[in-house]
Structures are given as C-alpha cells and as structure tokens.
Ligand binder design. Sequence first.
Ligand code: HEC
Ligand code: HEC
Ligand code: HEC
Ligand code: HEC
Ligand code: HEC
Ligand code: HEC
Ligand code: HEC
Ligand code: HEC
Length: 449
Amino acid sequence: MHYRLVLTLLTIIMVTISAGLAYVEWSRGGGGTGLYSRHWSPDPGQGYWDPDNFYRSPDSVQGVFEGELCIQCHEGITPGIVVDWRASSHAQGENPVYCNDCHGNDHQQLRLPTPRVCGNCHQKQHSEFRDEARFGFPSHVLAMERAVDAPHFVDKPTAEVQACVQCHSVATKCDSCHSRHRFDAAEARRPEACITCHSGPPHPDGETYFASAHGKLYLAEGDDWDWSKPLTKGNYKVPTCAYCHMDGGRHQVAHKSLWKFGLREVNPHTSKNRILRKRWISLCSDCHQQEQAAQWLRELDEERKRAWKKLYAAENILKELRSDDLLYPAAGERPPYPMDWLDSIWPTERIGFFEGQASAFYNVSAIERDYFEMWYFDNLGSYKAAAHGDVAGVEAGHQKLNRSLDHINEKAEGLRMHDEAGERAGAGSKPQVELWTKGAYTDHNREHN
Ligand code: HEC
Ligand code: HEC
Ligand code: HEC
Ligand code: HEC
Ligand code: HEC
Ligand code: HEC
Ligand code: HEC
Ligand code: HEC
C-alpha cells in the first residue's frame, strides 16, 4: 500500500517536471526569442540589434563582389562608412580586412557580423567575452537574454521594447564600444564609449564618474592624452570606465562585481566576495595606497548599509498596509501582468525585491510606485555615487532617500486616516484610483504587443 503511494507520487512528480520542461521549450519556440518568445514579435529594426536571430538581407542588389568592388560602389552610396573604414586598422597593410570579410560577398545574402564573426580573427577578445557568462547576471554576454526574459520586456509596447534591445545588444554585436567602421581601440578606452548605455536614473555611471575626482581630471586634461596606449599601470593619470572594469584590456566587465546592479542587498564579506575585493584593491593600487583603497571600499559598504536600512523601513510600511488591506487598488483589482499567470490566478501585492518588486514598474498603487522610485532611482543613484567617488552625489542621494521615506510615511498615515473616516461614516469609501487599472498606457499595452 505504502509502496504504491510512493510510486504514484513519483510518477506525478516526473510527469509534472517533464510537462514543465516541455512547456518552457514550447514557449521558447515563437516568433521572438527567450522565455516569452510567443508573446512578442520583433520590430523590423531588431535585425540590426540582434542579427543572428532577426536580420534579413535586402535583395535589391544582385551579384557577388569582393574587395575594391564593394568599396567602389559604396563610396557613392555610403561614403561615411568608406571614410571610416579607410581610417581604420582594418584597411591598413597588405591584406586589408574588406567589407566582404565581415558582411559576406553575395549581396542578396549579406550578414551583419556578430561576435562570432569578429572572433574568427580576434579569438582572444571573443573567448574572454564569451567566458564572462560564468559570472552570471548582469554581464555583457548575457545582456540580451536578460532583457528578453524579463516580464517587463514583454509587457511593454513595441516601441519601448525596441529601446531595451538597443542597450542590451552589447551581447549580440561587437560595435558597442568600438563604433563601426573605425573599430578603434583608442575610442573604446574613453568613458564616452560606455555612457551611451551606462547613464540615466537606474544606472547613472556616466553622471557619477564625471562628478568624481577621476572624471573631473579626465574632462580637464583627457583630450591631450595619448589614447593609443593600452590601459595598464603607468599609461594614464586617472582611470576611465574601461581602465577599472576591463583591466588589462580583458573583454569582461563582471569579474570583480560585488554589488552588481545594486538591486539587492549582498553580504560584501563572504569568502568569495573577499577575493573580488582584493581584485579591486589591487587595481586601485596602480595609483593609490592599498590601505586607502581598502578604506574607500569600506565606505561603500557603509553607504549600502545605510541605504538598505531606509529601504527596509519603507518596505515594512507597505507590508503593514498590505496586511491591513489598505493598498488601493488592491492586487485583485489591477490588471495582472500579462506574463504573470500566477498573478492572474492568485493576485498579490509584491513588495520588495525578494517578492518580485523588480517587475513593479507599473500596475501598482501610488504608494507602491513611490517605493519603487525610492528603490530604483534614489537608492541606485547613491550607490553609483559611492562606487564612483562622487561625494556630493552620495549626500544628495541620501537626502532623496530620506525625503521619499518621509513621503511614504505621510501617505501611509493618510491611507489609514481615510480608512478610519470611512468606517466612522459607515461607508466603504475606498478611494478610486484608476491610473494603471484603466487608461491609455494599460489599454495600449494590451492591444499593441
Ligand atoms: C553595385 C553597387 C553595390 C555594390 C558593388 C555593393 N553594394 Fe552594398 N549596397 C548597395 C545598395 C544600393 C545598398 C542598399 C540596398 C537596399 O537598402 O535595398 C547596399 C547595402 C549594403 C549593406 C546594408 C544592408 C542593410 O541591411 O542595411 C551592406 C552591409 C552592404 N551593402 C555591403 C556590401 C558588401 C559587403 C559589398 C561587397 C561584397 C557590397 N555591399 C557591394 C550597393 C552596392
Ligand atoms: C570588421 C567588420 C566590418 C567591416 C570590415 C565592414 N563592416 Fe559594415 N558593419 C559592421 C558592423 C558590426 C555593422 C553593424 C551591424 C549591426 O548593426 O548589427 C555594419 C553595418 C554596415 C552597414 C549598415 C548600415 C549601418 O551602418 O548601420 C553597411 C551599409 C555597411 N556595414 C557597409 C560596409 C561597407 C561598404 C564596408 C567596406 C567599406 C564595411 N561595411 C566593412 C562590420 C563591418
Ligand atoms: C578577417 C579578419 C578580421 C575580422 C573578421 C575582424 N577583424 Fe578586427 N582586425 C583584424 C586585423 C588584421 C587587425 C589589425 C591588426 C591587429 O591590430 O591585430 C584588426 C584590428 C582590430 C581592432 C584594433 C584597432 C586598433 O585601434 O588597434 C579592433 C578594435 C577590431 N579589429 C575589432 C573588430 C571587430 C569588432 C570585428 C567584428 C565586427 C572585427 N574586428 C573583425 C582582422 C579582423
Ligand atoms: C550598448 C550598450 C552598452 C555599452 C556601450 C556598454 N555597456 Fe556595460 N552593460 C550594458 C548592459 C545592458 C548591461 C546589463 C547586462 C545584464 O542585464 O545582464 C551592462 C552591464 C555592465 C556592467 C555590470 C556587470 C555586473 O556584474 O554588474 C559593467 C561593470 C559594465 N556594463 C561596464 C561597462 C563599461 C566599462 C563599458 C565601456 C567600456 C560598457 N559597460 C559599455 C550595456 C552596455
Ligand atoms: C540606456 C540603456 C538601457 C536601456 C534602454 C535598457 N537597459 Fe536594462 N540595463 C542597462 C544597464 C547599463 C544595466 C546594468 C546596470 C548595472 O549593472 O549597474 C541594465 C540592467 C538590466 C537588468 C538587470 C540585469 C540583472 O541581471 O540584474 C534587466 C532585467 C534589464 N536591464 C532589462 C531591461 C529592459 C526590459 C529594458 C526595456 C524596458 C531595458 N533594460 C532598457 C541599460 C539599459
Ligand atoms: C564594453 C566595451 C567593449 C566591447 C563590447 C568590446 N570591446 Fe574590444 N576593446 C575595448 C577596450 C576598452 C579596448 C582597449 C583595451 C586596452 O587598452 O588594453 C578594446 C580593444 C580591442 C581590440 C584591440 C586589442 C589590442 O590589443 O590591440 C580588439 C581586437 C577588440 N577590442 C575586439 C573586440 C571584439 C571582437 C569584441 C566583441 C566580442 C569587442 N572588442 C567588444 C572595449 C570593448
Ligand atoms: C576608479 C575605478 C572606476 C571607474 C573609473 C569607474 N568605475 Fe564603475 N565601479 C567601480 C567600483 C569600485 C564599483 C563598485 C564595485 C562593486 O560593488 O563590486 C563600480 C560599479 C559599477 C557598476 C555596477 C556593477 C559592478 O561592477 O559592481 C557599473 C555598471 C559601473 N561601475 C560602470 C561604470 C562606468 C560606465 C564607468 C564610466 C562612466 C565607470 N563605472 C567608472 C569603479 C570604477
Ligand atoms: C590610474 C591611476 C588611478 C587609479 C587606478 C585609481 N585612481 Fe583614484 N585618483 C587618481 C588621481 C590622480 C586622483 C587625484 C585627482 C585630483 O587630484 O583631483 C585620484 C583621486 C581619487 C579620489 C578622491 C580623493 C583624493 O584623494 O583626491 C578617490 C576617492 C579615489 N581616487 C578612489 C579610487 C578608487 C577607489 C580606485 C580603485 C577602484 C582608484 N581611485 C583608482 C588616480 C587613480
């Protein structure tokens, strides 16, 4: 009897697991890519950001060409590209790297070169780039996967989704830091090569770098430096993004990351993180005293501790409101995230990172949105300020965190008072908040993605 029960249970488990795996496989088989590939189809422009998956060659020009033939015609059609190519190291020497080496020679079956194509000749950079996957998320090599697998990627109207892939294409092509068709190492060494993507509220890397002692000196003198030198000790007076994050020219950015995106609290003193910390200190020691560098990293830890204390305080306020049923509109009254089937069966207000706050960009009540902004903008701003030595930015960030916490406190009191007044009047007078449940943004999403 007992034996039969175990066997039945085991069978159910096996069937459930295989069905789950089959479902994921099926879900990946649609017109898009990633976990939700059946829920979106690529915009035509996406071929340029993720060529392996989506590029289609035009067929308007017929013929097979090579070397100078491509150039002769393109000198008239795309003169800028030819000028850049001529100035690049690809055009130098006895055996130039011609257009067809990257794009192929049949004009009806052109390709746009992916990292694999560059890797045919630049094996070292390509394998370093690929190998970054072992550090997990976030990392450049996994960036596209990360974006398309995020529920808030699929949830959004196509035009916004197109914006995600422009930055997250750092995974699917090599011309993010080496702009085409100069493919210049010197250009990639400068901070401007990174800030097309690494700027703006959730990741103000450019803003905080230029406000630091390093960035200010770069702005004052950088134009006179010789950028043809590699990013190694002795070649530069102050470090740039790549000097710190791609030390030694290594084509990886995640090999030292402790706090990563700063989205969650980590313990910076695990034995694994102590090794990463040593890597940072050794890097700073190119120019500073070791002990000084260690102290700066401890200050970053302290700043993180202070910030998380404030975030947890805000989270607790929201959790209390939730248990008293005071979040309006309540989870069941909001449209579920289209990608979140669990939420449509069993709606919950997800509060804080560990409950899935990462997708709480919209479809939430006003006070939850306030917390989201506190966590995603104020917090990440002061983190990057502390990481990059922008002293005034840390101060400003913490003032914003304080103001947001006060504001959330006041709003929570308001909700409680409103509820008490409603009870005294004997009426269920919950405030009607229609933003997110109805309205242009939500409707547009439903119809257009
Ligand atoms: C006879 C003139 C001519 C020659 C020769 C020629 N091209 Fe083109 N190429 C064009 C034209 C015209 C277009 C624009 C086609 C279109 O948009 O339909 C183009 C477009 C392209 C594009 C852009 C495709 C896109 O989807 O944006 C690439 C890449 C390209 N050519 C590469 C090459 C390479 C590599 C060679 C040599 C193998 C070459 N071309 C030879 C005329 C030429
Ligand atoms: C070292 C490789 C390499 C070489 C050599 C090269 N290209 Fe490109 N080309 C690229 C990359 C990378 C892109 C951007 C692909 C993408 O957007 O996904 C590109 C894009 C293009 C485009 C599309 C328009 C654009 O800029 O978005 C055209 C046209 C083009 N190349 C023409 C040429 C011509 C003509 C030559 C020769 C003079 C040439 N390429 C040589 C790598 C190369
Ligand atoms: C057919 C071989 C070949 C292909 C394909 C190729 N390259 Fe190159 N690349 C070279 C050669 C040769 C040089 C010049 C010698 C050197 O620096 O190694 C070079 C140099 C470079 C440099 C150094 C430029 C400098 O300023 O020192 C960069 C960056 C570069 N390539 C990037 C790329 C990227 C990105 C791709 C793919 C879009 C690519 N290459 C595709 C052969 C190739
Ligand atoms: C085309 C856009 C783009 C450019 C250019 C770019 N990055 Fe990134 N970078 C990203 C994206 C997107 C991510 C997040 C990846 C993910 O979601 O996993 C990222 C992640 C990172 C990370 C985080 C790694 C971690 O473990 O937390 C670092 C560090 C980084 N980039 C540094 C740089 C530096 C330095 C440069 C310039 C030399 C640069 N990036 C240029 C788009 C870019
Ligand atoms: C302006 C460039 C840019 C745009 C646009 C952008 N991202 Fe990012 N994204 C980044 C950078 C840079 C990081 C890494 C920041 C860091 O590590 O500090 C990142 C990180 C992420 C992460 C976190 C990765 C992790 O492993 O924790 C996710 C998920 C993500 N982006 C998804 C998206 C989605 C979805 C969109 C569109 C709605 C989007 N991104 C639009 C640049 C961008
Ligand atoms: C995040 C920015 C970034 C991306 C993405 C990137 N590079 Fe680089 N690349 C750099 C920097 C910075 C340097 C200069 C390193 C140094 O000074 O030692 C460089 C240098 C190079 C060089 C010249 C190396 C030398 O010693 O002269 C080649 C070749 C190269 N990259 C190829 C690639 C290839 C191939 C890819 C795609 C797999 C790629 N790069 C993607 C930033 C980048
Ligand atoms: C002086 C060295 C230095 C310079 C220059 C620098 N960073 Fe950082 N960066 C750091 C340190 C230290 C951290 C925090 C590291 C940690 O928590 O592991 C950090 C954190 C980051 C992160 C979060 C992911 C991670 O690795 O923890 C990103 C993304 C980032 N920096 C991008 C940039 C960009 C883009 C620039 C240029 C605009 C830049 N950095 C300039 C030292 C530097
Ligand atoms: C390539 C040399 C170089 C490297 C590497 C470097 N710094 Fe600096 N750093 C400088 C210089 C030069 C200054 C002084 C700028 C000035 O005088 O305005 C400075 C200033 C600073 C300051 C401002 C306080 C002061 O003493 O002026 C801090 C904080 C700082 N660095 C932290 C770091 C950290 C942390 C790292 C490693 C993640 C690092 N630096 C790596 C060159 C470097």
